[in-house]
Write a protein that binds this ligand. Structure first.
Ligand code: GLN
Length: 451
């Protein structure tokens, strides 16, 4: 298996992988073989996995898609990497992503864009674009991603694969290079919900090294896969089907909802009135946290240091000027601004209050339904380069994924068809499933019944 995927990676021109070390992979594969022979294998032993380059690894570089960390090798493995290795998974390498996970198209990577395997002129989505492309192109059977405002769900949607962002706090953030700590959450992507469940089983768990890690009884996320959907109440938020939604995406999503009705579910119209506000709220809170988290990259302790400078301050300035890309700088500036004296109350505090209201809207909605469904993104994948100079266009396209993250709820994307017309005919559409806290097993069941 490891050899099969290594050779597929070698033959690929998608730019999905940033670092591959065949010797390391084959060494782990041999260890997995020995474990299988010894009878101590888990369901995942010997199965190859690749990690988003946001998770730090001891034996492969960890760049976060940034020039700042181009040659960085971590002294430890992220908890997620360690847990999957303990289950016996074999590491294929590290996957391209937007710089520090900031983006929706993977075009913010210092190492260049990733191509969408369905149509190489399209973006794969982001920020976990390399992860989604690797699954879609069969370069890996399982990958990790991270989702701060949609970065697992949206690339899964654009590349026609399955991904789940669990409830905030379920998966340890230790060794996940921080972007916005109150939102960042790791999760798996794979071909199917069942595969995602197997991966989630190994990824989830309390970690004393992450201060927001949740302490809960272990559970088998695949325990309910075969449950009937008879009587399931699906909440359909009217704000997710407004003017901005492309016709072809709406058609595919509505067809999936019809399929669920055939499986015994009923559709309930619900309202998530603050949906539009999730964009300004997220783009205040996430940059605020990012500006704080990224202050550690000072050219002293980690990563890139400028070759020439006049004094200490100039060294900080030059190293950060050279090390960070445009989008990262933009967010640091926005974040520093909204946290500054005189603006904190006007922006940051307001955003935090609306964040609470967004969570309350979900709580009210879940009194009327068991799961919420809608599109993941307003359109199918756009063309490479089409909006790489237009940050606001990218921010607006996050409208359906941000509120789930702000509320800390679990969310999933499953493939539900393709765009229409000559150009979009091969570009996948994702159906978004949003559940109440800790209903991952239910979400996987609902996805599995469709698949
Ligand atoms: N597209 C969003 C952003 O640019 C979300 C990214 C993410 O979830 N990491 O911030």
């Amino acid at each position: 298996l490891a050899q099969h995927f290594l050779s597929r990676i070698q033959g690929s021109d998608l730019n999905a992988f940033l670092h591959v070390d065949p010797a390391l992979t084959l060494e782990q594969a041999a260890a997995a073989d020995a474990r299988i022979a010894a009878g101590t294998a888990t369901a995942l032993t010997g199965i190859p996995v690749a990690h988003k380059d946001i998770f730090v690894t001891r034996r492969l570089r960890s760049t976060a898609g940034s020039h700042m960390l181009e040659n960085y090798v971590s002294p430890f493995d992220a908890t997620v990497v360690e847990k999957l290795a303990q289950a016996g998974m074999v590491t294929l390498g590290k996957l391209n992503c937007d710089e520090f996970a900031m983006g929706s198209s993977n075009e913010n990577s210092y190492f260049g864009a990733v191509k969408n395997p369905w149509d190489k002129t399209a973006v794969p989505g982001g920020s976990s674009g390399g992860s989604a492309a690797a699954i879609a192109a069969r370069l890996a059977p399982a990958v990790t991603g991270t989702d701060t405002g949609g970065s697992i769900r949206q690339p899964a949607s654009f590349c026609g694969v399955t991904g789940i962002k669990p409830t905030y706090g379920s998966v340890s953030r230790y060794g996940m290079i921080a972007f916005a700590s109150s939102l960042d959450q790791g999760g798996p992507m794979a071909q199917t919900a069942q595969d995602c469940g197997l991966l989630l089983n190994a990824m989830v768990g309390f970690d004393a090294k992450d201060s927001t890690s949740l302490e809960r009884q272990p559970e088998d996320f695949n325990r309910d896969l075969n449950q009937s959907l008879q009587g399931l109440r699906i909440g359909v938020p009217k704000e997710f089907f407004g003017d901005g939604l492309a016709k072809d995406v709406e058609q595919a999503v509505r067809a999936a909802l019809d399929q669920y009705v055939k499986l015994g579910a009923t559709l309930v119209e619900i309202s998530l009135p603050k949906t539009e506000l999730s964009i300004p709220v997220y783009y205040v809170i996430a940059p605020a946290e990012a500006s704080s988290n990224l202050s550690r990259f000072d050219g002293v302790r980690y990563g890139h240091r400028a070759a020439s400078y006049t004094d200490l301050n100039d060294m900080y300035r030059q190293s950060r000027t050279e090390g960070f890309g445009a989008e990262v700088k933009r967010r640091i500036l926005v974040g520093a601004y909204v946290l500054s004296h005189g603006y904190y109350d006007a922006y940051y505090l307001q955003a935090q209050k609306i964040r609470r209201l967004i969570a309350q809207d979900f709580a009210a909605a879940f009194e009327k339904c068991d799961v919420i469904m809608g599109p993941v993104a307003p359109t199918v994948a756009w063309d490479l380069g089409a909006q790489s100079d237009d940050p606001v266009a990218n921010y607006l396209a996050d409208i359906f994924t941000l509120s789930t993250s702000l509320a800390g709820l679990p969310g999933m994307s499953i493939p539900c068809g393709f765009g229409q017309g000559d150009k979009n005919a091969k570009r996948p559409v994702g159906l978004q499933l949003i559940g109440n806290y800790f209903t991952e097993a239910r979400l996987l069941n609902i996805a599995h019944q469709y698949q």
